[in-house]
Design a protein around this ligand. Structure first.
Ligand SMILES: [Fe+2]
Length: 143
């Protein structure tokens, strides 16, 4: 499995949220390198530390994104927030697990992150573009 590399196609046309998604990906990549290349004696505690960082950052990012979705009256907000809650439950479950995070868990997290940004988050970006002609090109909705 390879780390995630940010591409312009991941953009939701909102610089602040794009920056948060990039930070999210960078925490994932830290988890990836810790798990695959970390020192064997410290891998478990370091993984747990990075996973904690992932939980905290994800909660911060989701709060921010949900505030934004409310501000644009996004019609799919309930389903979107449910997806967020499911992901928090998923990573908390891994975090509470006594076992060391395994590569398979990392793959699940990677798939979730990419699917969420590229499919679910792009939907609100498209909603903003459709609702306000010209939005998402150069101007920026306020939060
Ligand atoms: Fe989201």
């Amino acid at each position: 499995m390879t780390p995630i590399r940010w591409k312009d196609s991941y953009s939701v046309n909102h610089p602040e949220i794009d920056a948060q998604h990039q930070e999210w990906i960078s925490i994932f990549n830290k988890l990836h390198s810790t798990l695959l290349y970390g020192h064997p004696f410290h891998a478990d505690s370091t993984c747990r530390q990075v996973l904690n960082e992932m939980v905290n950052y994800t909660q911060y990012h989701f709060r921010h994104e949900e505030d934004y979705l409310r501000s644009i009256c996004y019609p799919e907000i309930v389903g979107h927030c449910r997806l967020h809650k499911n992901f928090i439950n998923l990573i908390c479950r891994h975090n509470q697990n006594e076992q060391v995070l395994i590569e398979k868990s990392l793959e699940v997290i990677k798939k979730w992150l990419l699917n969420h940004i590229l499919v679910e988050d792009i939907k609100y970006s498209d909603f903003v573009k459709g609702a306000v002609p010209g939005k998402g090109e150069s101007s920026q909705p306020s939060i």
